[in-house]
Structure formats: structure tokens, C-alpha cells
Design a protein around this ligand. Structure first.
Ligand code: SF4
Length: 346
């Protein structure tokens, strides 16, 4: 998958796999993902809960929990972050690589004032920084978030959930990271705060050229805020391309079903995708979406689809668009749901 035409990739992910060891075998939470994000570009990562979006975000930054393993490449500044020693990786976090977490309260130390959070963050990465500079930069970024200087000496519990989330974002931005991963940054916030945060992220990429990976299950946010969109299902990227084009003409049945499930002003009847995402300990054979796919064919049960370029700068993994030469004889026969169940039991 390529970045926008003529643009420079800030990060290039190639064949990234992340797995968790369990007593019943490895869970392949991210399974061979490739993507690029360019300077000043926002890539939206979308998919149902449990499809591996957050694990992919953390895998890119090397922030995986104990017991998780990763291989493949995350190329940043000519180095592969997957194999970088932890000490080197830690140096990059903050000034180069930033992460906005979902739960702001659990990430702010309740015993520290907001000013102490900023001082600690800046001093860790810029040890010689003067007090006045800490204050100037902190208040500048907090001001952009709509937090007035009068609140600088307050404690986290004195702020609303929306304000705490904006403080978390300010803490990530004060170091002006070149790559920022925002994991559901507006979940559980009201629409006004959500709009403010999205506007701030847009300013950030325009002002500093930050490459942004925006993880969300909200397709409305992707449509409004992202240049490109990547759709994830069961640990794999199944479709990627310019957000406008993917939304106007989804190539993958999963993308199409996700879009159909979104409520908008035109919605007259609720739609949901039948079934649930698979257990990644034992994913379905062939295409992982086949038990839920309304377009499933014989070949989908037997063979994993291969990545295909689609419509210029898009790509898709689906046998509907797969190379004719790789589809076995009779593979294009459509399956009805009962046949899929029988095939899966066999
Ligand atoms: Fe559906 Fe087959 Fe495409 Fe998978 S490969 S999404 S089952 S048509």
C-alpha cells in the first residue's frame, strides 16, 4: 500500500504481525499488515471492536504488553522499530512518536498538578529546558486546546472528562511528534468536544506536518477528518484507499456492510452485519470474512484472498477482485449461507 502520490512516508509498515501467546496457542491479533503514512496525512483505521486496530497502533510504536511478540518491519527514519533495542525506542517516544490513549483519567497521575505533568514530559525529552520555556510551551498548547492558563496548577480530578482528554492530547503534542497515533481519541465525549478535538488534530498536521493514524470505529469521523482510510478485519487490512473514494464505492464487502451499518440522516432502517468477528485463536479458513459475507464464493472458503491494486491508488483483499488466474475452476460459484456452515464444519 502506498502513501499519497509524490509524498514522503513518515512511517512504512511492512508485513507487521503481532501475536499473543496463550495456553491454547498464539492469537494472531495483527497478521501481515502493510501501510504508509505521509507527512501531514491522516490515515483512518476502522473496523469492528476486536479486529486488531488498537494492537496495530501499539505494535507500530512498540508499546505491546508483556507476552506479546511482533515481527515484520516498521520503518521510521531508516530504522526498523520492531527490532530497535527498547532503550533506543524509548528515546523516540514523545519527540518522534506520540500516542493518545483512550482513557485519559487512567493516564494522568491524580497526585500531580497539570503543570507537573507538562514539566515531567518536557524535561524527560529535553533535559536542559528552562522553567520559563516549559511554561510557555505548555500554556501555548493548552491554549490551543481551550484550557485557560488559570487551570494550569489544578489537579486532574478538577477537570471534566472532555478537558482531561484535551490535556492528554496537549501532553502528546507539546513534544510535536512526527508520527501521532490517536486511539479512539473522542470516544465517550460529547459532539462539541469531539469536533474541537478533531479540529485541533487537523491544525496539528497542517502546522507541524504530523503524520496521524486515527483509530476509530466511527465512520463519520473518518469521512470528516481523514485523507485515506484503512479497513481492518480479523487482524488484516482488507481495503485501503482515499477516504472519499472508498466511501463512495467500497470494493470490499466488509467495508460495504460497515457503511450500511452506519446511522445517518438518511437512515430509514437499522442494518447490522450478521454474526460476529472470528476468534483469532482459530480464524476461518480462506477469507476470514466468508462466514459473514453476503457475496461469499466457493474459493473464499478454501483460499486466502491476495492483495490487489484497485482503481489506481487503492487496494483490496477479496476474491471478487482477485486475479482470475488464481481462482480454481468452479471457485466463482456463489455460496448460500447453509453451504458456508457445511463447508466450515467439514
Ligand atoms: Fe466475501 Fe469472498 Fe471477498 Fe471474502 S473474499 S469478502 S468472502 S467475496
Amino acid at each position: 500500500m502506498s502513501a499519497g502520490a509524490g509524498s514522503v512516508s513518515v512511517v512504512s509498515v511492512r508485513g507487521l504481525r503481532v501475536y499473543y501467546g496463550t495456553p491454547r496457542g498464539p492469537v494472531r491479533a495483527v497478521d501481515g499488515v502493510s501501510l504508509d503514512i505521509s507527512e501531514g496525512e491522516t490515515l483512518g483505521l476502522v473496523g469492528e471492536s476486536g479486529c486488531g486496530k488498537s494492537t496495530l497502533g501499539r505494535g507500530i510504536l512498540g508499546l505491546l504488553p508483556e507476552g506479546a511478540g511482533a515481527d515484520g518491519e516498521v520503518l521510521y527514519g531508516g530504522r526498523n522499530l520492531v527490532t530497535l533495542p527498547p532503550k533506543e525506542l524509548r528515546k523516540l517516544r514523545g519527540p518522534d512518536l506520540g500516542l493518545i490513549f483512550q482513557e485519559p483519567m487512567t493516564r494522568l497521575n491524580p497526585l500531580l498538578r497539570i503543570e507537573d505533568h507538562f514539566a515531567e514530559t518536557l524535561r524527560r525529552h529535553e533535559p536542559g529546558i528552562k522553567d520559563a520555556e516549559v511554561r510557555r510551551r505548555s500554556l501555548d498548547v493548552l491554549g490551543k486546546m481551550g484550557i485557560p492558563p488559570t487551570r494550569f496548577r489544578q489537579y486532574p480530578h478538577e477537570f471534566s472528562g472532555g478537558m482531561r482528554q484535551r490535556i492528554m492530547i496537549a501532553l502528546a503534542l507539546v513534544l510535536r511528534p512526527k508520527l501521532l497515533i490517536a486511539d479512539e481519541p473522542t470516544t465517550a465525549l460529547d459532539v462539541i468536544v469531539e469536533a474541537q478535538i478533531l479540529a485541533i488534530l487537523a491544525d496539528l498536521k497542517a502546522g507541524f506536518g504530523t503524520a496521524l493514524l486515527l483509530i476509530t470505529h466511527n465512520l463519520g469521523i473518518i469521512a470528516e477528518s481523514c485523507d485515506r482510510v484503512a479497513v481492518m478485519y480479523a487482524g488484516k487490512l482488507v481495503e485501503e484507499g482515499p477516504a472519499r473514494d472508498v466511501f463512495a464505492e467500497p470494493a470490499h464487502p466488509y467495508t460495504r456492510e460497515l457503511l450500511r451499518s452506519t446511522i445517518s440522516l438518511e437512515t430509514t432502517a437499522l442494518h447490522s452485519i450478521p454474526g460476529a468477528p472470528p476468534n483469532l485463536l482459530d480464524p476461518p479458513s480462506g477469507c476470514r470474512f466468508h462466514p459473514r459475507c453476503p457475496d461469499a464464493m466457493r474459493v473464499c472458503v478454501d483460499l486466502e484472498p491476495v492483495e490487489q491494486p484497485f482503481d489506481g491508488d487503492r487496494r483490496v483483499e477479496c476474491w471478487l477482485h482477485g486475479p482470475e488466474s488464481e481462482v480454481p475452476a468452479g471457485g466463482r460459484v456463489e455460496l448460500v449461507r447453509e453451504e458456508i456452515a457445511v463447508a466450515d464444519e467439514a
